[in-house]
Design a protein around this ligand. Structure first.
Ligand code: NAG
Ligand code: NAG
Ligand code: NAG
Ligand code: NAG
Length: 400
């Protein structure tokens, strides 16, 4: 008897409770399916307006919103999803989003952008297909100075508390993922793919952002797998497979008038396969005064990597050969390279070329074992303007 009367009371109370709370809090998760807003998965209709209408409603909802993109191929022009929103947002990409392969998108620098949002998750197992093959020839900045502002596939600008997971990006026109002015973003189970010779297709590019975690990512692309520029702080990177690509890179730093800071970078448990670089810090020369500090690269396997360990403070692609005279003003300090094994595809497996004006400070090399089996071997190391120490095994020897 007692239980049935409790049940009766509960039945009466539920609608009442909902009515009282409805104006302040919606406890349920609500789905906003883009198909209900007119999206068509025929692979050719531009769905940007349908996606934006669905986003507008989802963003207004005061509970948890799920913007759902079901299976199918959705052609999508440039879209910017803007907050702030009234509750937690999840974008579930189950299908494939396809960028146009023709202008006018060539002349904007955005494809899919999320901006000014707190508590945003983008996931779902789907694909972003940037259709880059049609655009890469316009991205040939160094060779032909044909440099149009091509779109990054997925941009997060001013996002706080975000997650990007279970996603694939293929053939981005420029970078696959870009974080700008973000705080507390986790990226995991993401696979980013573009051909080795596709220009400027960075995997994940980070600037002006703090507290970023990247783990369990597989990146094979035409430029840096992960690059961190000015204002990148507290970045934890683990379980990365990189290759092909240009490695994990800090910089280039020191090009702007303002002081640039990169601090607290931890890279652990990474494998590089046939990449141009492994772990790299580079600064312009000449450059303005800046700081890169508290950087650790640990437990790293190099397979056939061209420049496994490299600091280049003489980066100046338009200067021609100047004989390694670095006049960079960027201070690099507190940098650890520990437990780095494998093979180099060039003789110079370790190259630390620091600035003559501000030498690198407190650089540690510990348990390094890199082999080179080609002509002119074995592997060699070259360091200039470096103050630091080495521990344990150091192969090739000769630095510190
Ligand atoms: C985001 O999450 C934080 C912490 O859980 C919460 O305080 C805040 O109200 C949330 N904001 C939105 C828009 O959901
Ligand atoms: C990111 O991961 C860390 C640790 O795994 C966790 O503390 C943090 O809340 C996560 N952030 C988001 C936005 O999910
Ligand atoms: C790196 O790998 C080691 C050995 O497998 C493991 O103990 C450690 O937890 C890993 N670190 C991170 C941050 O994933
Ligand atoms: C490593 O790179 C080589 C040469 O590009 C390639 O043949 C091989 O499949 C790659 N290995 C993995 C595990 O991706």
């Amino acid at each position: 008897m007692a239980s049935s009367s409790t049940f009766g009371i509960a039945l009466v109370l539920i609608p009442f409770w909902c009515a009282v709370n409805a104006s302040t809090y919606f406890p349920v998760t609500k789905f906003f399916n883009v198909v209900n807003y007119g999206a068509r998965s025929d692979g050719t209709t531009d769905n940007s307006q349908a996606f934006l209408r669905a986003w507008r409603d989802a963003c207004k909802w005061k509970g948890k919103s799920r913007l759902l993109i079901p299976r199918g191929t959705y052609m999508l022009n440039s879209v910017t999803f803007i907050g702030p929103c009234n509750g937690e947002m999840t974008v579930l990409i189950r299908g494939t989003l396809k960028a146009p392969s023709i202008p006018p998108l060539f002349f904007t620098n955005t494809w899919i952008v999320f901006r000014y949002i707190d508590n945003l998750t983008v996931k779902g197992g789907g694909y972003l297909d940037g259709q880059g093959a049609s655009a890469w020839r316009y991205n040939d900045c160094f060779k032909n100075a044909r440099c149009l502002p091509l779109p990054i596939s997925l941009r997060f600008d001013f996002i706080r508390n975000g997650q990007i997971k279970y996603l694939r990006s293929i053939n981005s026109k420029k970078a696959h993922i870009n974080l700008f002015a973000c705080n507390n973003i986790n990226i995991s189970y993401v696979r980013l793919t573009a051909p080795e010779n596709s220009p400027n297709t960075d995997g994940i590019h980070i600037g002006s952002s703090t507290n970023i975690k990247i783990s369990r990512v597989n990146i094979g692309t035409g430029d840096d797998c992960i690059s961190m520029v000015s204002g990148s702080q507290n970045i934890d990177i683990s379980d990365v497979f990189c290759g092909p690509g240009h490695g994990i890179s800090i910089g280039s730093l020191g090009r702007s008038f303002q002081k640039e800071y990169v601090m607290g970078i931890n890279v652990v448990n990474a494998t590089f396969n046939s990449t141009q670089n492994g772990v790299r810090i580079k600064t312009w020369s000449p450059s303005y005064s800046s700081l890169a500090s508290n950087i650790k690269f640990q437990n790293i396997i190099m397979q056939n990597v061209n420049n496994p360990i490299i600091i280049d403070q003489d980066y100046c692609p338009f200067c021609g050969l100047r004989g390694g005279q670095s006049i960079s003003q960027v201070q690099i300090k507190d940098v650890t390279f520990r437990n780095i094994w494998g093979t180099s595809s060039s003789k110079l497996a370790i190259s630390l070329q620091c600035s003559q004006v501000v030498p690198c400070q407190n650089v540690k090399l510990a348990n390094i074992d890199l082999a080179y089996k080609g002509p002119g071997g074995p592997a060699a190391a070259s360091c200039s303007n470096v103050i630091g120490t080495s521990y344990g095994k150091l192969v090739p020897p000769g630095c510190l």
